[in-house]
Design a protein. Structure first.
Length: 445
């Protein structure tokens, strides 16, 4: 029991080490033969070994503790009742640290369970993938939306739909937002997918959210149809109503048949027929505009030099009213900046935007219009038409892309609608931002 105290053992070993070292020295100095010094030297070596072992006890204990923590050994416990006070305190500290670690692990498991249950309750699908395409986590909503209940790798999605796999592949490799029309067992689902990157334990992971937007698209489509029907009804009624009214008036001139005709009646009849002809012609133009909007041909893509195209369009527009009064500026990132597009359709879009810009600056003292073309960071091409007009009011901005909506007295209202359809067919987009003194239309291809 006496030698269980590490401190006393250490003092005893040091004292005996000194004593036997002195004996060994005396034997070596006083005797002609060194054979007698072997025994005390061996004893000295033994005590040195004992001292080293005592010295290594604490690091070994700590290393043992850390290994146990690493291996998640929750049964580890060090004796706290020892004669050596320092050892007892260290053991208590190690046990306390071990207890805290176990409590943290329990809390982490509870949090993981809480978040897992919460993910299972949300309607949005959540999928976590790593750089190799392995699915680290997927909630039930994601599995149901993707029609795959055992989802472990994105390669599995090829069995459902190749486009679905390609979409996930692009999201895994850096894309942040994708739309997808998924057809499975004669059911069509419109999905919106968004991806966010994060770092976990040195691994680059992507959280992909999957949201069914079919209802939203149906509501948007219904709203678009309602707007279109309102516009069509308005335009048709504006033409049909005066035609019906005038035809009824003219009909009364000739019924009954015995009613005499005078010069005034004939003149009124001619004027009425002119109005009917004008309204009928306008209605025909409106229908032709509608046909043009709905029968847009598929773009024929070829390489187009943007600077040459823009400068050519400027030459075509030189005969427009007020052209010479406006300061035009053409800027391209490089003189040979090229894109693949249908040159005729893209020219139609740019002419429409430039003419709209010219109309917007007609009352400006120093009118300026800039046409810029450059590449974005993701390698896409942007073409911007910028004017310093008074801007587009917010309530009008919401309607500028609606077919047949126009603020011009003689406008058809299909220019921007047609432009958006052309850009969509090119796999691009058209967006507008406006404030007093600056309106920017951006084409992205």
């Amino acid at each position: 029991m006496f030698f269980r105290n590490t401190f006393i053992r250490l003092i005893t070993y040091v004292f005996l080490l000194i004593a036997f070292s002195a004996i060994s020295t005396w034997i070596i100095l006083s005797s002609a033969s060194n054979l007698y010094s072997i025994i005390p030297i061996l004893v000295v070596a033994l005590f040195v070994y004992r001292i080293i072992k005592i010295y290594n006890t604490t690091p070994e204990k700590i290393a043992y503790f850390l290994n146990a923590v690493e291996n998640e050994d929750s049964m580890l416990h060090f004796p706290e009742k020892t004669r050596h006070k320092a050892n007892a305190e260290m053991n208590k500290s190690l046990n306390r640290v071990n207890k805290l670690i176990q409590e943290v692990k329990i809390r982490n498991r509870e949090q993981e369970q809480y978040y897992s249950l919460m993910l299972e309750q949300v309607a949005t699908g959540i999928v976590v993938v790593n750089e190799n395409g392995n699915v680290m986590q997927a909630n039930s909503a994601a599995k149901n939306l993707l029609n795959y209940q055992s989802f472990n790798h994105i390669e599995q999605l090829k069995r459902i739909d190749t486009n679905l796999f390609n979409t996930f592949y692009r999201l895994k490799n850096g894309e942040t937002h994708q739309f997808l029309k998924l057809t499975y067992k004669n059911n069509i689902t419109h999905l919106s997918l968004r991806a966010t990157s994060f770092l976990s334990h040195g691994d680059n992971l992507r959280i992909i959210s999957v949201h069914d937007i079919s209802n939203e698209l149906d509501a948007k489509e219904l709203e678009s149809w309602q707007k279109l029907i309102r516009v069509l009804s308005h335009e048709i009624m504006n033409s049909i109503t005066p035609i019906t009214s005038l035809s009824e008036t003219l009909l009364n001139y000739f019924i009954p048949p015995e009613k005499p005709l005078d010069k005034k009646t004939v003149a009124n009849t001619v004027k009425g027929l002119e109005v009917i002809n004008e309204r009928g012609t306008g209605l025909i133009r409106f229908v032709e505009s509608y046909r043009k909007l709905t029968r847009l041909s598929k773009p024929v893509l070829k390489h187009v030099n943007l600077r040459n195209l823009i400068e050519h369009l400027m030459l075509l527009l030189e005969n427009e009213a007020d052209f010479q009064r406006i300061q035009f500026n053409v800027e391209t990132e490089t003189p040979d900046i090229c894109i693949k597009a249908d040159e005729a359709q893209l020219s139609q879009v740019l002419i429409n935007l430039i003419k709209n810009a010219m109309y917007a600056v007609k009352d400006i003292t120093e009118p300026r219009i800039s046409v810029r073309a450059h590449y974005t960071q993701n390698g896409r091409c942007e073409i911007q038409v910028i004017d310093n007009g008074s801007g587009i009011p917010p309530e009008i901005m919401e309607q500028i892309f609606i077919p047949f909506f126009t603020t011009k007295e003689n406008g058809s209202g299909i220019g921007l609608s047609l432009s958006r359809q052309i850009m969509k067919n090119h796999g691009g987009s058209i967006e507008a931002v406006s404030s007093p003194g600056s309106t920017v239309f951006t084409l992205t291809i």
